[in-house]
Design a protein around this ligand. Structure first.
Ligand code: CIZ
Length: 331
């Protein structure tokens, strides 16, 4: 697994008071007729100023409902793209267009097209199901798009006589195959954040917190899922903690910013983020934070509202991606 390269020569943004920035953002939102959508994996301050928060499924649907002419999407690139594709008439801005995704990067469109052709040449009769963490160019080559929130329902829609090629997350694909009973051909991608949880550390934390429950995202590898009490995407995690009235301790194996909405919704519980482990040294690291999500800051939100850029611009292949996104997320 490649760790993100940190550019120590990059200019450091001058400190600005978060409360002043929030006031500026509020005023600019009105001036620019904008709404802010924020994923659960961005910093808590951004979630607090957002008009809509959620997982990528909810946010893609929210994007089609917002009344303003502009959307500022605090998340990663594929999420902004999906919002633009589903709401082409809106201006979609992102605080930082470099906020990518290790899963999306693992599956370039040309390699997927070549692999699909190879499978067809070998006689496979399949449909391609893509996790939403893919580029629009990849989506345009697929039959279905799933999120952690709708995956089982969508997989049930794949005709029983078809094989399934699942891209790009091998761990999510393996998990979905086990819960749906559908065999899958798996693309070998994985998420840089969910890949780094150590099962030994998780078991140690469980021993140290008697009665705690392990709650894991299905992007985690099988050895983590095997010792988990609750497996689900971020919306499922929220629903679960809200349904438990008795105070509990949850060991949470997903992006650490997820603790923010969990605490807000169900403050009776204690939430402990499972730490990541650097495979190179075996040391605990802050790698349970997604470096791409971390590119979203209050300053950048203010600046993108102020200058109306950077913007997700409509691309010719968005039309094909629109068909599959609509069919999978809106119908
Ligand atoms: O679907 C999403 O938004 C992702 C990437 C994770 C989750 O479970 O919310």
């Amino acid at each position: 697994m490649e760790l993100p390269v940190i550019n120590t020569n990059a200019p450091v943004a001058a400190y600005e008071d978060p409360l002043d920035l929030m006031d500026e953002i509020e005023a600019l939102k009105k001036e620019r007729d904008a709404s802010i959508l924020a994923h659960f994996y961005v910093d808590g301050d951004l979630q607090d100023i957002a008009d809509f928060t959620g997982d990528s499924l909810k946010l893609a649907r929210d994007a089609t409902q917002v009344k303003t002419s502009t959307i500022v999407f605090c998340g990663v690139h594929f999420m902004g793209e999906s919002a633009k594709i589903l709401s082409p008439e809106k201006k979609v801005l992102m605080p930082d267009l470099h906020a990518g995704c290790s899963l999306a990067e693992s599956c370039p469109a040309d390699r997927l097209a070549a692999y699909q052709a190879e499978l067809r040449a070998k006689g496979h009769d399949f449909q391609t199901v893509a996790y939403i963490n893919t580029t629009a160019a990849v989506k345009s080559l697929c039959d279905w798009i799933v999120t952690s929130g709708n995956a089982r329902e969508i997989i049930d829609r794949v005709p029983a006589d078809k094989e399934i090629l699942f891209v790009p997350d091998q761990h999510l694909g393996r998990y979905l195959s086990s819960v749906t009973g559908r065999p899958m051909i798996l693309w070998p991608g994985s998420c840089m954040v969910h890949e780094v949880f150590s099962v030994q550390d998780l078991l140690r934390a469980k021993r140290n917190h008697h009665g705690s429950l392990v709650m894991s995202h299905p992007e985690c590898p099988a050895n983590i899922l095997e010792v988990s009490d609750i497996i689900g995407g971020t919306e499922k995690m929220r629903k679960y903690v809200a349904s438990v009235k008795e105070p509990k301790t949850f060991l949470v194996a997903t992006e650490a910013n997820m603790i923010h909405p969990l605490k807000k919704l169900a403050p009776q519980h204690e939430y402990i983020p499972v730490p990541g482990i650097m495979t190179s040294t075996g040391e605990t690291c802050a790698c349970n934070r997604c470096p791409h999500m971390a590119l979203n800051t209050l300053q950048k939100v203010r600046d993108c509202l102020k200058y109306s850029r950077p913007e997700i611009v409509w691309q010719p292949y968005f039309s094909q991606a629109q068909d599959v996104l609509k069919r999978s997320l809106l119908q």
